[in-house]
Design a protein around this ligand. Structure first.
Ligand code: DGP
Length: 114
């Protein structure tokens, strides 16, 4: 998508601090971190929201979680704990309409979330 900021990050047209990349996904640090570690895991292929997943995307979503768990381990907080979040559409707090999994770690999380 020409006007998608995360597609531009995936293409390398906009810089981001990448922490992981493979053929399917990129993980990079959030511009506006909400925790000591705040990483976004995105598919390289444009998918707007969770509602736009197709039946063939289920493995991709599982892979995104596995990548987040790997980053949590690499960042040193896998055992103490962390949070992963998909925001979906406006009421869910989504502001960038390219699927992304938030990985938040390095502090205690609260429940319920705001
Ligand atoms: P959400 O509200 O779930 O759509 O989260 C979007 C996140 O994306 C938000 O935490 C800020 C982050 N973000 C927006 N633009 C950029 C950018 O250009 N670079 C990086 N690294 N993060 C961005």
């Amino acid at each position: 998508m020409d006007d998608c900021i995360f597609c531009k990050i995936a293409a390398g047209d906009i810089p981001a601090e990448k922490v992981f990349e493979d053929g399917q996904v990129i993980a990079f640090r959030d511009l506006n971190p909400q925790a000591p570690t705040h990483v976004l895991v995105i598919p390289k292929r444009h998918i707007a929201t969770l509602n736009d997943l197709g039946p063939d995307d289920e493995a991709l979503v599982g892979h995104m979680h596995a990548v987040a768990a790997g980053v949590a381990k690499a960042e040193g907080f896998a055992d103490i704990g962390y949070r992963t979040v998909f925001n979906c559409n406006e009421a869910g707090g989504q502001t960038v309409f390219h699927l992304h999994l938030h990985l938040l770690g390095g502090r205690a999380m609260h429940w319920p979330p705001g």
